[in-house]
Design a protein around this ligand. Structure first.
Ligand SMILES: NC(=O)c1ccc[n+]([C@@H]2O[C@H](COP(=O)([O-])OP(=O)(O)OC[C@H]3O[C@@H](n4cnc5c(N)ncnc54)[C@H](OP(=O)(O)O)[C@@H]3O)[C@@H](O)[C@H]2O)c1
Length: 322
């Protein structure tokens, strides 16, 4: 089958190890199923893999990709793939299983003509979602859903700052936060991106690091080092940073005085459970919201999509079609 995979690791030039080529057709073990992938979306996770973060050279070649929508060959149903693979027999919150992995970490990823997953890792794709839209849900949008509605403690009417407005997770945060009735502030690195944030639903958008008109109840943080100090400065006493990523670096200044004196909270968040993915899909159906897709590319153009992601030249999700 054709697949988008990492053949080697290169921390400085991630695309150097990228190959679009042939990999063996997978066959599902007992309890697993094979999905014929129609669309998969790119995530920053794919760049981390190519850089060697979360993977060792001896695991290569590794097919990239966490997200997919396609046809479940064991049922013939159109499905969305849930990317969190749990240890056999795990019960409880999928995301805190110590043995959990995401597709493309231990098991081969979703950016291929076929992906195999445990049977419990597929959900029906609603007919009103295109395969491309459905392929955006199980990483970026699910992560945003858990950050906003499970981890933030926000109630409708409260205020939220979304840092780095135009990324996959951030665009999902802005879109859903607006629909949920939060007051939404966003930051982005350019005026053009700030304008996009307003189009996506932010009430106001600012340059990275700018002073906001008010202190906010919560911050959705995926940028890390470059924005973290501003996140802490932007919170009201008792406010909360929910963090799921550190694209610009993971060693920000801690500013601990501010944390205890203002009783701030820093809460980690990763992906989401299968139940949360089901709820996300129901939320999008109820509101009519859909993921913002920057572009749809044929799988053979994976390098173009990953290069755009590496340089920050995107708004929302990049989808590969198979
Ligand atoms: N924990 C989890 O389960 C989970 C799930 C999904 C993603 N993540 C992580 O979250 C991060 C975002 O993922 P993604 O897929 O949304 O990535 P993406 O689509 O590539 O978006 C990148 C984002 O980073 C921002 N950014 C990068 N460098 C910056 C800098 N120096 N200053 C300010 N902003 C900067 C961009 O903001 P602008 O709008 O200003 O360009 C943009 O929002 C990644 O690190 C990813 O690994 C974690």
């Amino acid at each position: 089958m054709r697949a988008v995979y990492a053949e080697s690791i290169n921390p400085d030039d991630p695309l150097a190890g990228l190959v679009v080529g042939e990999r063996p057709d997978p066959s599902p073990p007992e309890g697993w199923t094979r999905v014929a992938v129609r669309a998969g979306s790119l995530n920053h996770h794919d760049l981390w893999t190519l850089r060697g973060v979360g993977i060792k050279a001896e695991q290569l070649p590794m097919i990239l990709g966490c997200d997919a929508a396609g046809v479940d060959e064991s049922t013939g149903e159109d499905v969305v793939v849930h990317a969190v693979i749990n240890s056999p027999g795990w019960e409880g919150d999928d995301t805190i299983d110590p043995g959990r992995t995401l597709l493309s970490e231990k098991h081969q990823g979703s950016l291929a003509e076929y992906v195999i997953v445990p049977k419990r890792n597929v959900l029906p794709k609603p007919a009103e979602f295109s395969f491309a839209e459905a392929a955006c849900l199980s990483t970026a949008w699910l992560t945003a859903y858990r950050m906003l509605f499970v981890k933030s403690g926000l109630r409708p009417g409260q205020s939220v700052l979304v840092q780095g407005a135009t990324g996959g997770v951030a665009t999902a945060c802005i879109t859903m936060a607006r629909a949920a009735g939060f007051r939404v502030y966003a930051t982005a690195r350019s005026e053009a991106k700030q304008a996009k944030a307003l189009e996506l639903g932010a009430h106001e958008a600012f340059a990275s690091g700018a002073r906001l008109p008010e202190k906010v109840d919560a911050v959705m943080e995926t940028v890390g080092e470059a924005t973290y100090a501003h996140s802490a400065r932007s919170l009201r006493p008792g406010g909360r940073i929910v963090i799921s990523g550190a694209t610009s670096g993971a060693n920000p200044p801690a500013d601990l005085n501010r944390f205890f004196f203002l009783q701030l909270e820093l809460v980690g968040s990763t992906m989401g459970t299968k139940g949360e993915l089901r709820d996300l899909i129901a939320f999008l159906r109820a509101t009519g919201l859909r993921p913002h897709i920057d572009r749809v590319l044929p799988m053979e153009s994976a390098a173009e999509g990953l290069a755009a992601m590496a340089s920050g030249d995107l708004v929302g999700k990049i989808v590969l079609e198979f």
